[in-house]
Design a protein around this ligand. Structure first.
Ligand SMILES: [Zn+2]
Length: 243
């Protein structure tokens, strides 16, 4: 299975964002304030986890320039059920180009705690050598258990688009039929080049790459993004699991 890994740079190390771009954290691009998602549990503005743009190869949103946005509530970590799909403490939705403005989204009045902002400089295409006929096993715990370790260990565990999910817990939490896995978010950001030290963000070396903390997905958690195609814009679904 082909999958795509973001080559990230901290926005602090980049020129100011001037157009729609794939990004993690920060404020969205083009989301109108009236569409900004509010947590159904605490009533506060949520925080952006990721904004990704349609791409026929790595993210099929059904139409050019559509954008996918994923948020969760950062107001009271552990308080609002951000881990639960459809809970209202997270949000995952697609917008048409006509629904977007051509400017950065202003900070909501209640100033949610933003995630560190990083932008995707390029996507690196990879192949995990998982066969198409093995994919269904990743949505059935028993079948997954029966796959050779060597196969399971090839699943990329960090932020990616495409491929198969790296489950921290049971695959049975995936939404039912009709939903397609389109990518996952790690609770840390991985950098292939060393970020500059002047940006005030704590960056550490983690095996061969640099990293900084990402969203709160509990202990070593992973967030999963699913889409359901239908007439008009696809629906989105987000949830996370932790160890
Ligand atoms: Zn909340």
């Amino acid at each position: 299975m082909r999958y795509f890994v973001p080559n990230l740079k901290l926005s602090a190390d980049l020129p100011t964002q001037e157009k729609l771009e794939d990004k993690l954290g920060g404020l969205p691009w083009g989301l109108k304030p009236e569409q900004y998602p509010i947590c159904r549990h605490c009533g506060k503005s949520q925080s952006l986890l990721a904004q990704f743009v349609h791409n026929p190869e790595r993210l099929d949103l059904g139409k050019s320039d559509r954008t996918l946005l994923v948020f969760q509530c950062n107001y009271a970590p552990g308080g609002c059920p951000t881990w639960e799909g459809g809970s209202g403490a997270n949000a995952c939705f697609v917008l048409d180009p006509e629904e977007l403005s051509d400017s950065p989204t202003p900070m909501p009045a209640d100033c949610p705690q933003l995630e560190t902002e990083a932008r995707v400089i390029e996507w690196l295409a990879q192949d995990d050598q998982i066969l198409l006929e093995q994919v269904s096993a990743f949505y059935d715990d028993e079948q997954l258990e029966n796959l050779p370790d060597e196969t399971r260990n090839r699943v990329y565990t960090e932020t990616k688009l495409g491929g198969v999910p790296e489950w921290v817990q049971s695959s049975s939490e995936a939404p039912a039929e009709g939903w397609i896995f389109i990518g996952q978010l790690s609770d840390s950001y991985k950098f292939f080049q060393e970020p500059s030290e002047q940006n005030g963000i704590y960056v550490y070396l983690s095996s061969e790459y640099w990293a900084c903390d990402g969203p709160n997905f509990g202990d070593a958690g992973i967030g999963y993004i699913f889409l359901r195609h239908q007439s008009g814009k696809p629906n989105g679904w987000f949830f996370w699991q932790c160890g």
